[in-house]
Structure formats: structure tokens, C-alpha cells
Design a protein around this ligand. Structure first.
Ligand code: CP
Ligand code: NVA
Length: 313
């Protein structure tokens, strides 16, 4: 049964973007996640602990993987829909943070506005985990890197190409990959490039470990030599009013069989899901032999359980 000493950079700490966490802490989370995946007998590391899961936006994978993972570790997940909370009627994030801290041992939150999660962490007396904002999706980034490591080892030196919208999943892949010394290249259209500050910081982190993070605008150039070809939705939660323009701009960035053929011969396709057949990816790719998306989704369970063990164990 996997046991650990919580990493000091994670014990009792919030995880909002991974940008301020050391590489060895992330590596320990990935190592523990591998052990949890291999061993069906999980420790009761969260016995007697309650964790609030606040969802202000829809979720399938994040909600179920956190809820099931917490229960398997002996803890009690308290799932809250934002609209059913007083938060949805105007109670401040500060007051919500103070009150929830009296009841629960950690707060997991999904909301569009990243500043709201930062404020929640500032005012809460318990650790806060970002379960997706418009800017970052760190739990997804951890699962992505875990999946790449499973397939190709390393992952230092392995190249991943992100194709499409330079969004939250792109940022978190860059940061998690950088911490592991990967090469991460984003191929995105002008106007939809990843945040230059995130790219710069991720590149600095990667270079310390022999990796690199950079941006191009040509999808074929991005995937050249890549072992993992990653895409995500073209219209993220919060971007719905730009749908028509986005579908037009991103059309040349679809991950189809031809784009997969331009990557490394053993390349896998990754997608955080939910996917849209014929838009950012074709069904033949993500349901086909080069797909790793189902492992990637499963790995959310293991990596988040490992993260919670380090934060609360
Ligand atoms: N990948 C991901 O976060 O999925 P959900 O939106 O279903 O949680
Ligand atoms: N970029 C997407 C990810 C969904 C898991 C969004 O923010 O909606």
C-alpha cells in the first residue's frame, strides 16, 4: 500500500498553477500517482478529512475523479454547485473562504475567473486546489505529464506539441512539462497564443532541466518530431460568445490523421476531453490506435489522489 512523507512544498499548501512549486515535489506526486495506479489497495490517508469541491462550471472528469479519489482515500467529499451556494447570490469569496475553512480540510474549486481562486486561497485557512480556471488547469497538466511519462519514460527530453487555442490546458501542459524537463511547443494562431508571461516562465523552468518551451504559428511545424500531439476545445468555458470567430480561425489547427502522420512515428494523441469530433480533433484519432486520451482521463484520478496525499496526508 503506497505511503509517503508529504513534500514540504505541498504539505498544507494551495495549488493554483504549479508555477511556484519545485520540480521535485511534482516528481514525487507523479511517482506516487504511478504507485496508486498499480496498487488497488489505497491507504486511508484522508480518514476523518472533509474536502469541499465547488463547481461553478460543468465537469465530468474533474468532479468524478476528485469525488471517487477522496472516498477511496477514506475522506469525505462535499460537492457543491456554485449556483446552489450563497456565493451564487452574492456572498463574497472572502466570507465563503473563512466559513468553509471552519468546516473542511481543503477546498477544490472550478470557476472561470483565476483571480477568484487566488482570492479564495488568500482568505482560506485551508489549502485550495484549482480544478480549472480560464488561465490554468494544473490537475490536467499533471495527468498529461503522467500519461506522457507512462508512454515514453523520461519525460525529460520528450517533446510534446500543443495545437490550437493557447488556453488553460496549454499553459498547464507547458508548466508541468517544463518542471519535468520536457520540450513543449505550442502551435497556435496569432491572437490566440498562450500568455507570453507563462511561456517565458515555463521556458526558464524547462531550460534549467535541459528542456525548452516555445511557440510557433504553424501546426505542422509544431508537431514535427513530437511524441505527444495535444489539443483542446476551441471554445473554452467563458469563451462561448466568440464561438463563430473561433471555429473559423482554428479550422487549420484540427488534429486529424494527416497531422498525426506529421509527428513522430510513435506519437500519441492527447486531449483533456470533452472532445468535439471534426472540430479540434477527429474521432478517428481520439478513438484510434494512436489515442492516449482514455489513459489521460483515468490518470486524473491517480494524480489528484497523490496530490491530496501530499497536501493533507
Ligand atoms: N478534462 C476535464 O477537466 O474534464 P471535465 O471538464 O469533465 O472535468
Ligand atoms: N479549455 C477547456 C478545458 C475543459 C476541460 C475549458 O476551459 O473549457
Amino acid at each position: 500500500m503506497p505511503q509517503i512523507a508529504p513534500h514540504p512544498a505541498l504539505a498544507g499548501r494551495s495549488v493554483l498553477s504549479l508555477m511556484n512549486h519545485p520540480a521535485d515535489a511534482v516528481r514525487e506526486v507523479l511517482d506516487l500517482a504511478d504507485q496508486l495506479k498499480a496498487d488497488p489497495e489505497w491507504p486511508q490517508a484522508l480518514a476523518g478529512r472533509s474536502i469541499a469541491l465547488i463547481f461553478e462550471q460543468p465537469s465530468t472528469r474533474t468532479r468524478v475523479s476528485f469525488e471517487v479519489g477522496i472516498a477511496r482515500l477514506g475522506g469525505h467529499p462535499v460537492v457543491l454547485a456554485g449556483r446552489d451556494m450563497q456565493l451564487g447570490r452574492g456572498e463574497t469569496i472572502e466570507d465563503t473562504a473563512k466559513v468553509l475553512s471552519r468546516f473542511v480540510d481543503a477546498i477544490v474549486i472550478r470557476t472561470v475567473d483565476h483571480a477568484k481562486v487566488v482570492a479564495l486561497a488568500e482568505h482560506a485557512d485551508v489549502p485550495v486546489i484549482n480544478a480549472l480556471t480560464h488561465d490554468h488547469h494544473p490537475c490536467q497538466g499533471l495527468a498529461d505529464v503522467m500519461t506522457i511519462r507512462e508512454r515514453f519514460g523520461g519525460p525529460a527530453g520528450v517533446r510534446a506539441a500543443y495545437v490550437g487555442d493557447g488556453n488553460n490546458c496549454c499553459h498547464s501542459l507547458m508548466v508541468a512539462g517544463a518542471l519535468m524537463g520536457m520540450e513543449v511547443v505550442a502551435g497556435c494562431p496569432d491572437g490566440y497564443l498562450p500568455d507570453p508571461d507563462v511561456v517565458e516562465r515555463a521556458d526558464a523552468i524547462a531550460r534549467e532541466r535541459g528542456g525548452r518551451v516555445w511557440v510557433v504559428t504553424d501546426p505542422r511545424e509544431a508537431v514535427d518530431g513530437a511524441k505527444a500531439v495535444y489539443t483542446d476545445v476551441w471554445v473554452s468555458m467563458g469563451d462561448e460568445d466568440q464561438e463563430a470567430e473561433r471555429l473559423r480561425v482554428f479550422a487549420p489547427y484540427r488534429v486529424d490523421e494527416a497531422l498525426m502522420d506529421a509527428a513522430a512515428p510513435d506519437a500519441v494523441a492527447l486531449h483533456p476531453l470533452p472532445a468535439h469530433d471534426g472540430l479540434e480533433i477527429t474521432r478517428s484519432v481520439y478513438h484510434g490506435p494512436r489515442s492516449a486520451v482514455w489513459d489521460e482521463a483515468e490518470n486524473r484520478l491517480h494524480v489528484q489522489a497523490a496530490l491530496l496525499m501530499h497536501i493533507l496526508g
